[in-house]
Design a protein around this ligand. Structure first.
Ligand code: ADP
Ligand code: MN
Ligand code: MN
Ligand code: MN
Length: 367
């Protein structure tokens, strides 16, 4: 690897930090890592404050602020942007009573920032709460070196063609499993409903799944799981990209399949409700494509080509066990005549709040 490809972080001796992390922490001091989505709608930011008490509920956490002009979220002359705590998790890096605090962002005038998509999602989830909407998102991602090349790929050339890598085992099949394993445990410790991991079709591409989660929690948990992934990879000196098509050509892109069900889909003969939902989705294809990546469909254009286990961005389709369709009914659900549907269109860099909100508007609220 060239010098540039090596992260300075990877050169630090990671065992030194343990000496300090194992220092006794005063009982009444808690480190709270406030996490928020910046003005790109894709990247996460975080900063820490010390609390003089151990918070037992969200409402005890102070509102905080940050420099929005340094996060592409405001003008420098009016830059104070507010952080409203919305969810709390255990901190797997600092452990003990220390916490991660996911926040919504609000402008100086207390209006939500342009990239705060949680507020409207939460309103919609409240309206549909009686239908008990569940979501499971499959987050695909790609590991990169510091030069932006997929981690472990030959510097001048390419790995062998796709085929042996998906769910692969062995040093010639998968790269950086350490990161995947560390992230999995970090999520479990934090209290994320992570339901599994697997290696993907393109080498150095992986997936983790979050869910099933009811309502707004799918967005909260997925964003925190993404935060944990970036942090874990940072320690290894590796970058994570959620770009939906990091390598052009004959390499699979990355999606965030959204599995969805309501209470009535999960009971006997729920397949009828699943089919009704698919019919509603078929009439709102463009609205969904616009909501499924941060650039209103532009990012997904590179991925939803109709090749590499995707459907075309221009057409709506649905089918049992069909990985080339917009919506797939898993084989098991078709057989049991109940369960859930899988919307395969969301891009890996989607905002899960927007995805979940749009699905519920279409399928549950007929909006
Ligand atoms: P795939 O076969 O498409 O690779 P995965 O096993 O990766 O599917 O992911 C399936 C996801 O669906 C998981 O996140 C799981 O929690 C979620 N899921 C399972 N049952 C339901 C349900 N009834 N409603 C919504 N999501 C569900
Ligand atoms: Mn999957
Ligand atoms: Mn996958
Ligand atoms: Mn899937």
């Amino acid at each position: 690897m060239s010098l540039l490809a090596e992260s300075p972080n990877a050169k630090l001796n990671k065992t030194v930090l343990d000496k300090f992390l194992s220092l006794p922490q005063p009982d009444n001091k808690v480190q709270a890592e406030y996490i928020w989505i910046d003005g790109t709608g894709e990247s996460l930011r975080a900063k820490t404050r010390t609390l003089d008490f151990t918070p037992k509920s969200l409402s005890e956490l102070p509102i905080w602020n940050y420099d929005g002009s340094s996060c592409y979220q405001s003008e420098g002359s009016n830059s104070d942007t507010y952080l409203y705590p919305v969810a709390m998790y255990k901190d797997p890096f600092r452990r003990g009573n220390n916490i991660l605090v996911l926040c919504e962002t609000y402008k100086y005038n207390k209006k939500p920032t342009e990239t705060n998509h949680r507020l409207t999602c939460a309103e919609v989830m409240k309206k549909a709460a009686d239908q008990k909407p569940w979501f499971g998102i499959e987050q695909e991602y790609t590991l990169l070196d510091m030069e932006g090349r997929p981690f472990g790929w030959p510097k001048n050339g390419f790995p062998g063609p796709q085929g042996p890598y998906y769910c692969g085992v062995g040093a010639d099949k998968v790269y950086a499993r350490d990161i995947v394993e560390a992230h999995y445990r970090a999520c479990l410790y934090a209290g994320i409903t992570i339901s599994g991991i697997n290696a993907e079709v393109m080498p150095s591409q992986w997936e983790f799944q979050v869910g099933p989660c009811e309502g707004i929690s799918i967005g909260d948990e997925l964003w925190v799981a993404r935060y944990l992934l970036h942090r874990v990879a940072e320690e290894f000196g590796v970058c994570v990209t959620l770009d939906p098509k990091p390598m052009p050509g004959d390499w699979n892109g990355a999606g965030a399949h959204c599995n969805f069900s309501t209470a009535s889909m999960r009971v006997d003969n729920g397949i009828i409700e699943i089919e009704k939902a698919i019919d509603k989705l078929s009439k709102q294809h463009i609205r969904h494509i616009q909501a499924y990546d941060p650039k209103g469909g532009k990012d997904n254009e590179r991925r939803l080509t109709g090749k590499h286990e995707t459907s075309s961005i221009h057409d709506f389709s649905a089918g049992v066990a069909n990985r080339g369709a917009s919506i797939r009914i898993p084989r098991g659900c078709a057989e049991e005549k109940k369960g859930y549907l899988e919307d395969r269109r969301p891009s890996s860099n989607c905002d899960p709040y927007k995805v979940a909100e749009t699905i519920v508007r279409t399928c549950c609220l007929d909006e």
